[in-house]
Each structure stands twice: as structure tokens, then as C-alpha cells.
Design a protein around this ligand. Structure first.
Ligand SMILES: Cc1cc2nc3c(=O)[nH]c(=O)nc-3n(C[C@H](O)[C@H](O)[C@H](O)COP(=O)(O)OP(=O)(O)OC[C@H]3O[C@@H](n4cnc5c(N)ncnc54)[C@H](O)[C@@H]3O)c2cc1C
Length: 514
């Protein structure tokens, strides 16, 4: 009898209620924010409205002369757009742009279209400026960090946005945003299979430029799996790959442009694989006694579901606490306790076209609610970061990938490093992690940390330095998918930097190297 009652309660909580609530993606992150405030043991008011005070006088000057180099309607010297084309979305940039009204910015912004690309390239060369390629501007690695007086113009790719399907491929303009591409593909029964959390704001050119990895990578792979060819323009002219399933004729252009971060030229368009849209998605959540038990369960899986996301104990606890207090939740937590798991580590999974196994080694099945909710909100998490920023917190993330045998120690040591820096420097902070992007040999581990400090810039920099050094010490990647940008360059081996620089096009990279 108690078994049946429990079953009915879980059915209501995890199946019926979510279905009744529908697929509404609007979301208020106040509950999560409250949990974090409690962890920091402070109550805070809004201290920043999110606007930056740009001192226009700092930036006015000779840039108006530049207009003559570019076709009518393709060039802007508006200070706000120059500013927005000079920063990405990394926390150091957000911090700096908040306090430093005189950050270096580009001299102007050009908006090429297919029919004026060559004249715009000529205009840039004739102007004597260097080029910064700007897709959606969502990179978090300081790709756009300018030095004072670098003399740079931004190429905004948003007008390079054609989409054309052929066979099982799509040829797409580099400035096309995720939703436009996916909507067109869906109308033909296809999907691009590539869904970074920044999907709504990032572009195909940016995905290639950073060697990005989407949330459904377990099934579709990263952008490197989808790409068939690129067409790019460099200061020496055009370069492309043949649109063929495979080619062995030396080094393909696409390999060069994957992760090129705008240094080798402008990707104009790319041909990508398309995949059949899934007929049905299945959702499931599990709880493990510990993060390490969850890691072991994933490592030994025969096949990874489309999405798997294993939260560590802190991330799990925040997720559970932000759900408020209710008798249903208490019952559920008691159930987990009774099964010997406690709050433990939560894993959510989404699988295209096939059901999850009833049992996963060491995991307690916990219905579909958490997985459905995560999926509904999968692009909305940045809203949580915005609340934190506005209340004076500094949220940040660093991610890496590592082999399975290293993962538990990498997780533990990174958290320890964070807390020793916290103690040493006397600020308050929290850190949590999750695994996402599973590979046969290992996984991506993604750390989120939040600090509250009077010396946020210095403290953040110390934390980042310590975590990166730990990644290197533990034999992990510099980054699984965010890229190198300017922040990680110093950790790269000089020989590798030299090798990667062999293809640098001075028109596009000169300002980065000077
Ligand atoms: C909230 C948030 C969530 C994120 N989630 C993910 C995630 O799940 N997975 C992931 O991998 N990343 C993620 N990122 C990082 C970022 O969104 C990705 O790196 C994305 O691929 C960047 O695309 P973009 O169009 O914004 O590129 P931009 O930021 O505009 O550019 C990135 C780099 O690519 C170059 N570039 C852009 N377009 C071109 C082009 N046409 N030709 C040549 N070079 C070009 C730029 O010069 C720059 O060096 C996230 C970022 C944020 C802020």
C-alpha cells in the first residue's frame, strides 16, 4: 500500500504537473538567488542596473573619416555599437567594462553582405586598420580584448545569413544565429544537432571559430563533427573546401578555421551536416550517493544518452533547495534517504528516440520532472547570472575535459584550490561543478563559481589563475569548448602557439599579436 501511494505521488509530481504546466520557458530565478544569498549569509540590494556608463568624449575622434572607405549603409561609428563590438561575455570583461569607462574600443563597425564583401575587404585594407571578426559576441575567453590604440575595425557578420538545404546538408551564412538555422531545418524535418547554452545569441561562424560544443554532443558531436566545408575570405582572397563527404587532399580549410578565433580570416559560410529531427524525446533523472558514484556509472555506460548532466553535491543541493519547501519535496527527500542516497548528486538525462534503462548502476531513478524542467530552461540560465551581477556578486565559469581516471581528483582538487584562495585572500565564495559532454575516454567538467569581494577583479583573477594551473597540473585540457581567446594563451605551450600562428593573417590577427 505505501508503495502505491508513493507511486501516485511521484506520478503527480514528476509527470502530470509538468505536463499541465506546459512548455513555458519564462522563468524567475529568485528562488535560486535566495538560496545563494543564504549561502553567503548576506541580504543584498540591487547595486548595478547592468548599464555601463560610456564616456563618449573618450572615444570621439578621427573615426568619422573612415566612412569614405566603405559602401553606403555598411558602416557605423555609433559609440554604443563600437563598444558592444569590443567586448565578449567573459566575467573579467563584464567587471572591467563596469568600472573602466575608457576601455579600448574598435574604431567602427562594418556590416558586409555577400555582394559587397570584396569592396569591404578592400576598404579595410585601404583604411590601414586591422579586422576583428564579430559573430554573436558571446565568447567568454576575451577574444576581443583590445590594446589601447590598436586601430581595429569590427566586421559584424549578421548580414551573412543565408540558409540553403541540399541533400543531407545545409549551407549557411556565418552570421546566422542558432534559432534561425534550427527553425529552417525543422521546417524540413531536420535539426542541426548543435545547441550551446548560448544558442539564441551565437552564430555559426562563432561556433566554428571557437570549436564550440553543444548540449546534445553525446549524440551529434561538437561542431567539428557537423562541419563539411567552409568558405572564407582572407587578405589574400577566397579559400574553400569542396562540398564532398570526405576528402584526402592535404590539410582541409575547415580544419584550419575550427578554433581559429578570427585570426586566419573571415568565414563567410559553412556547409554542415543535417540530422533527422527526433520523433520523440525521453526524460529521466537519477540520484547517486555521491558525484564520484555518478562519474563511475557514466563511465561504464554502453552508450550515452543524447544529454547527460551530472551535478556535484553542491550544485545538486542548490537545485533542490531552490525548489522551495513542500510536503511533497520532504517526502521525496525522505525517499532518497531511505534508499541510502541522501541529496547526493543529481543526474538529468534527455534521450532522443529511445527510452532510458530502468536501472543505472548506483543510481536511484527519480522520474522525469527535473530533466524536463532543465530542458525547458536550457537557454535561460544566463538570466541567473544577471541577477547575481546586479546584486554585486561575480559569477564565473571555467571548464575543461579530462580522462575518466583523473575526473574525481580533478573535481576535488579544483574545489580545494578555490577554497584555499578564498581563505588566503579573505573573500567569500562558492563553487560547484557538473559533468556534461561525455566521451568514451572522459568527459567535460564545468565549474561555476561565485564570489563576493571588495577587490573583485584581483580576486577573480587569482581564482582563475589557480583553477587553470590546477587543470594543467592534473593533465586536463585548457578548455573543452570555450576556446583559448586571450585568457588561456599564456597556458598554451609556445611551440603550439608558434604552430598555430603559421596561418595567421596579419589583417585579422595583427592587433592580437602586437
Ligand atoms: C551564457 C553562455 C553560454 C555558453 N554556452 C556555451 C556552450 O554550451 N558551448 C560552447 O561551446 N560555448 C558556449 N558559450 C561560449 C560561446 O557562446 C561560444 O564560444 C560561441 O561559439 C561563440 O559564438 P559567437 O557567435 O558569439 O562568437 P563571437 O563571440 O562573436 O566570436 C568568437 C570567436 O570566433 C571568431 N569568429 C566569429 N565569427 C567568425 C567568422 N564568421 N569567421 C571567423 N571567425 C569568427 C571571433 O573573431 C572570435 O574570436 C557560452 C557563452 C555564454 C555567454
Amino acid at each position: 500500500m505505501p508503495g502505491i501511494t508513493l507511486y501516485i505521488i511521484f506520478y503527480l509530481y514528476y509527470v502530470l504537473i509538468p505536463v499541465l504546466y506546459g512548455e513555458d520557458i519564462s522563468r524567475d530565478f529568485s528562488p535560486e538567488f535566495k538560496v545563494i544569498e543564504n549561502m553567503f549569509e548576506v541580504h543584498t540590494n540591487v547595486v548595478w542596473d547592468g548599464n555601463r556608463n560610456i564616456d563618449e568624449n573618450m572615444y570621439s575622434g578621427s573615426e568619422t573619416d573612415l566612412k569614405r572607405f566603405f559602401p553606403e549603409g555598411s558602416f557605423s561609428i555609433d559609440i554604443k555599437s563600437r563598444f558592444l563590438h569590443s567586448i565578449g561575455k567573459s566575467s573579467p570583461e563584464i567587471l572591467e567594462s563596469r568600472y573602466n569607462a575608457s576601455m579600448p574600443i574598435v574604431e567602427g563597425v562594418v556590416y558586409p553582405e555577400y555582394n559587397n564583401l570584396n569592396s569591404i575587404m578592400d576598404g579595410i585594407k585601404n583604411s590601414g586598420l586591422k579586422a576583428l571578426v564579430f559573430g554573436g559576441g558571446t565568447n567568454v575567453t576575451g577574444c576581443f580584448r583590445l590594446k589601447p590604440g590598436s586601430g581595429v575595425i569590427a566586421i559584424d557578420t549578421s548580414r551573412l545569413n543565408s540558409i540553403s538545404l541540399k541533400g543531407n546538408t545545409v549551407t549557411v551564412g556565418s552570421g546566422t544565429y542558432g534559432p534561425e538555422l534550427e527553425k529552417t531545418l525543422n521546417s524540413h524535418g531536420y535539426t542541426c544537432g548543435n545547441f550551446p547554452e548560448s544558442f539564441n545569441y551565437s552564430t555559426v561562424g562563432g561556433w566554428i571559430g571557437t570549436l564550440e560544443n553543444g548540449q546534445e554532443s553525446n549524440q551529434y558531436g561538437g561542431i567539428e563533427n557537423a562541419i563539411i566545408s567552409v568558405r572564407a575570405i582572407t587578405s589574400q582572397g577566397e579559400i574553400d573546401d569542396r562540398i564532398v563527404p570526405r576528402e584526402s587532399s592535404g590539410f582541409p580549410a575547415k580544419s584550419a578555421f575550427l578554433g581559429s578565433e578570427g585570426k586566419y580570416g573571415l568565414i563567410v559560410e559553412a556547409t554542415l551536416k543535417t540530422f533527422r529531427q527526433p520523433a520523440k524525446r525521453f526524460f529521466k533523472s537519477y540520484f547517486f550517493k555521491s558525484f564520484n558514484d555518478g562519474i563511475e556509472a557514466i563511465r561504464t555506460m554502453d552508450r550515452f544518452p543524447t544529454i547527460l548532466r551530472l551535478s556535484d553535491e553542491t550544485e545538486t543541493s542548490i537545485a533542490i533547495s531552490s525548489g522551495g519547501d513542500s510536503s511533497l519535496k520532504r517526502l521525496f527527500l525522505n525517499y532518497l534517504k531511505m534508499r541510502g542516497v541522501g541529496k547526493g548528486a543529481m543526474m538529468i538525462g534527455v534521450n532522443n528516440n529511445s527510452q532510458f534503462p530502468d536501472k543505472i548502476s548506483g543510481g536511484i531513478s527519480a522520474g522525469s520532472f527535473a530533466a524536463r524542467q532543465w530542458f525547458r530552461e536550457r537557454y535561460t540560465r544566463p538570466a541567473m547570472a544577471n541577477i547575481l551581477w546586479k546584486h554585486g556578486y561575480v559569477p564565473d565559469t571555467l571548464e575543461t575535459s579530462a580522462m575518466w581516471d583523473v575526473m574525481p581528483a580533478l573535481h576535488e582538487s579544483t574545489i580545494q584550490k578555490f577554497h584555499s584562495i578564498e581563505k588566503e585572500r579573505g573573500f567569500k565564495g562558492i563553487i560547484m561543478a557538473h559533468l556534461s559532454h561525455m566521451y568514451e575516454t572522459g568527459a567535460c567538467i564545468y565549474f561555476t563559481f561565485i564570489i563576493r569581494s571588495e577587490n573583485a577583479m584581483e580576486d577573480l583573477s587569482a581564482v582563475r589563475e589557480s583553477i587553470m594551473n590546477n587543470f594543467i597540473k592534473m593533465g586536463a585540457a585548457l578548455s573543452d569548448h570555450h576556446g583559448m581567446g586571450t585568457y588561456l594563451k599564456k597556458y598554451q605551450h609556445p611551440n603550439k602557439i608558434r604552430m598555430q600562428s603559421l596561418l595567421d593573417d596579419n589583417l585579422f590577427s595583427g592587433w592580437k599579436n602586437e
